[in-house]
Design a protein around this ligand. Sequence first.
Ligand code: ADP
Ligand code: ASP
Ligand code: MG
Length: 405
Amino acid sequence: MALLVHKYGGSSVATAERIRKVAERLAAAQGQGHQVVAVVSAMGDTTDELIKLARQVAPDPDEREMDVLLSTGETVSSTLLAMALRALGQPAISLSGAQAGIVTDGVHTKAKIKNITPKETHRLLDAGNVVIVAGFQGQTPGGHITTLGRGGSDLTAIALAAALKADLCQIYTDVDGVYTADPRIVPTARKLDEISYDEMLELAGSGAKVMQLRSVEIAKKFRVVFEVRSSLNTNAGTIVKEETRSMEDIVVRGVALDKNQAKVTLVGVPDRPGVAARVFKSLAEAAISVDMIVQNVSHGSSQPLTDLSFTVDKPDLPKARAVIEALQADVGFQEVSTDENIGKLSLVGVGMRTHSGVAAKMFETLAAEGINIGMISTSEIKISVLVEAAKGEQALRAVHGAFLG
Ligand code: ADP
Ligand code: ASP
Ligand code: MG
């Protein structure tokens, strides 16, 4: 007997019929003698719809209320799935994040899980239930509902798999696994049989929304091996696991395009110690995560000035702007400009550690397409460039073609 954690994303539970199909899959797994926990996302585009609704009543909705509102999406899908299982004669029970023992910090809309007490889940499994856990949500020690950031049901599943010491964790979605690029944008993308945590982390951090970034961090930390696969068929998916030697033979594992970034530039920043620290500390205190950072060499001699650019998630742009503007008098930069018409294109592979010439080939490919490169940043296993948003998909296809066929 094994303990399985399944996670079903929004499209996998988008309709009553799909929910019944998921129930059949779960009942079959339980019927094979396994203990089964299912984590579910909200049905279809429910979360987007709720966010839209909130913005219609308030331009900048209160984040605590937002979490209570958004958590209702997963309440709907989890309860319906439990009902569908019971209708099949399979004992099942739904639990909210709080009831499943998921305790988080109090950073509303992007809370971090602090700990999970899986005692009640174990008890319900031992009693023969399929346990359905509402994804994406938790509760602070003070009892307030929180959510775990967009795509957070992935995190619920991985963290529960770790806490329950599950034998298998499967992420069921609307594609057959992790591909060399988003198959919706790149028709020639191929499904990968396996990928290392580090590569999956870089892809997730680069806009490949197939897995939430934080969930992969937790999987790596707690060594949760998991499989990404389709809820629409029984094809084998992609195994995400610790790096093995043979993985280094492949230079580029995948490419991704992030359309959700915006660029902020502080023009004419006094070039003296402590300025960058002030800027990025203030952003961190506002819980805004910064991705690429580029500072130019200084110009001018009497009072040397520099330009400082960085990228943030698009939804964080108004907040980031407010934080930066509040610093103007203190830091003394000349002006701040923002640009939302950007796309971040990234190339990822552990083989880059041992192979050279990857950046040159990427830049040549973009040049041949007449695509201009904005900022550039690299890590040991990733090269990212900013391109004009309108040319993002063209750039993605070209770079995929050059490296991955
Ligand atoms: P779910 O609702 O199941 O959580 P998501 O929409 O969050 O599903 O993630 C699945 C989607 O991720 C796919 O439909 C696909 O368009 C997109 N995607 C982006 N990059 C990749 C990739 N490299 N491999 C597979 N899917 C990707
Ligand atoms: N429903 C949430 C979202 O759309 C969480 C998830 O689907 O994983 O972001
Ligand atoms: Mg998702």
